[in-house]
Design a protein around this ligand. Structure first.
Ligand SMILES: Nc1ncnc2c1ncn2[C@@H]1O[C@H](COP(=O)(O)OP(=O)(O)OP(=O)(O)O)[C@@H](O)[C@H]1O
Ligand SMILES: [Mg+2]
Length: 499
């Protein structure tokens, strides 16, 4: 059978980077093809070329036998290729309905929008994901997982021939991801074809018919799922074998004295009466389902979000945190889950990002920045964190997703914090980089830094933590010691079943 899509000899370079290097592949009608590879391998760039978001330097794309030349994502959509980007692109102030059906609203004879029909249609598609939301709700009120689902619904409802999904589950809960998979399979049964970018190999085996691997901009190979296992894929991706990544890292050393504590943290319905203490060199996990209040709690400790009550003590002394600057001054660092919105200065260069939280260290008596010092620091951090970038001046928005994540870590570690709050540190990060980030966490703890680790990945929490607190609906419902770690026990607390 004729392939639905043919890409021939596609290349694309950016200043200093050959992002896609002479890639050709066929897409079979009705298949789900996974696309995997390390951070910066060129996956998103290649797919953006198919989706009209980037122009190839050279190469040919044929869809259903017709040669294509896209000037924009809208052109691609018209031709029948829709793409859900790695980064969210919704308009926060507009409603759910307006976002999903942007430019496609049902209209009457006088070009008036049929609101009632629009809302009904929206409710119907929300139902596909068991979302019981009011279509008139402004999108900015939704949590990231819900916004991600809207992006997907927006793409699905345009009824494309080929739908490209770029790491769609990175901010979804397991239940939401299941709903997504059900929908993808149902659409596949109706004849839709998919390309699915992911860093989670389990998803490749659960969903895909074939898998394509990229490395350094090149296509390494395409395989039928039935003929490969995880190890094969990992060695294709990284060009070497990687062992058990948590095992190597679990620390045998006992943790030190208690030196940081919060007490009675409460904010309205979001979280109530949360107290916890952290020991030197400890990794304390914070588990829970999305909506349990973990991120809100972290934001409030750091002084970004409000609290009604709550005390903080560092090294035996009461400290006041009203703004993030107060937290930074006292040696607290917070690495957010949403690096785009809160973590990095995207249109600034890497070196400027690195010094943002620690400007004072780089100014002399006169108050002027010492540029040599800034440059040296940037070079060191790029090396330490193995960040793939052509220069210290590269704008952060031009780095691949995983390299942005590493940059955020490098930025905060430069401030030599005493307490670090990590919120989903490995979201969108490839296997190799994940390993590097875990090693960095271990390095920090061996220097006596305590870490509060928020993660939705239970194997990550179980593999790294000394102790895990579990939250459910704004309260701590359980504390689990390392010897008792099991996914089942943590899940029962997280679901609020056990008290
Ligand atoms: N707009 C841009 N300007 C400059 N360089 C870019 C731009 N977009 C991507 N790059 C570079 O091209 C390379 C490939 O990036 P791409 O985003 O395609 O990787 P990826 O495989 O999607 O990685 P990840 O898994 O981290 O999302 C990277 O080195 C990246 O820094
Ligand atoms: Mg990408």
């Amino acid at each position: 059978m004729e392939p639905i899509l043919k890409a021939e000899r596609i290349s694309k370079s950016f200043p200093g980077v050959q992002a896609v290097n002479d890639v050709s592949f066929d897409l079979r009608r009705g298949e789900i093809m996974a696309l995997i590879g390390e951070n910066g391998a060129g996956k998103s760039t290649l797919m953006q070329i198919l989706g009209g978001g980037q122009r190839a330097d050279t190469g040919q794309i044929t869809l259903d036998g017709e040669s294509l030349e896209f000037a924009s994502a809208n052109d691609a959509l018209h031709a029948g290729i829709a793409m859900v980007f790695q980064e969210l692109s919704l308009v926060g102030s507009l409603s759910i309905a307006e976002n999903i059906y942007a430019n496609r609203q049902p209209v009457g004879r006088l070009n008036n929008i049929h609101w009632r029909q629009l809302y009904q249609q929206t409710r119907d598609v929300l139902h596909r994901f068991n979302l019981d939301l009011d279509p008139a709700t402004p999108v900015k009120r939704l949590v990231m997982g819900q916004q991600q689902i809207l992006e997907i619904l927006k793409a699905i409802t345009s009824e494309p021939k080929v739908l490209i999904l770029d790491e769609p589950t990175s901010s979804l809960t397991p239940a939401e991801a299941d709903d997504l998979f059900k929908n993808v399979r149902a659409l596949q049964a109706q004849g839709m074809t998919f390309i699915y970018i992911t860093h989670k190999l389990s998803e490749v085996f659960e969903l895909a018919d074939r898998v394509m691997v990229m490395r350094d901009g090149k296509k390494i190979g395409v395989r039928d799922i039935s003929e490969v296992n995880e190890n094969d894929l990992v060695s294709m991706m990284v060009g070497r074998e990687i062992g058990d990544i948590y095992g190597v890292l679990s620390s045998e050393s006992p943790t030190g004295e208690e030196y940081f504590r919060i007490e009675g943290f409460t904010y309205r319905q979001t979280f109530q009466d949360i107290s916890l203490e952290l020991h030197r060199g400890e990794i304390l996990g914070l588990a829970g389902l999305v909506g349990a209040g973990r991120t809100e709690l972290a934001r409030s400790i750091f002084g970004i979000a409000p609290k009604d009550e709550g005390r903080v003590e560092m090294e035996g002394k009461r400290i006041e945190i009203k703004r993030p600057q107060d937290a930074i001054k006292h040696g607290i660092a917070y690495l957010t889950e949403d690096r785009k919105a809160q973590g990095l200065f995207l249109d600034m260069g890497l070196s400027d990002n690195f010094i943002a939280p620690i400007l004072k260290m780089f100014t002399g008596k006169t108050g002027f920045l010492n540029f040599d010092k800034v440059e040296t620091h940037a070079v060191t951090q790029i090396h330490n964190y193995n960040i793939a970038t052509p220069s210290t001046k590269q704008k952060v928005m031009n780095l691949s997703g995983g390299n942005q994540q590493k940059s955020m870590i490098a930025m905060w570690m430069g401030s030599q914090p005493k307490v670090v709050i990590f919120d989903e540190p490995t979201r969108g990060v490839d296997v190799g980089a994940r390993f590097e980030i875990y090693q960095k966490l271990r390095e920090l703890t061996s220097e006596g830094v305590g870490i509060l680790l928020i993660s939705s990945e239970l194997p990550e929490l179980i593999g790294l933590c000394d102790r895990i607190l579990v939250m459910h609906q704004g309260r701590i419902t359980g504390e689990v010691q390392q010897r008792d770690f099991t996914e089942e026990l943590i899940m029962t607390y997280a679901a609020g079943v056990k008290n």
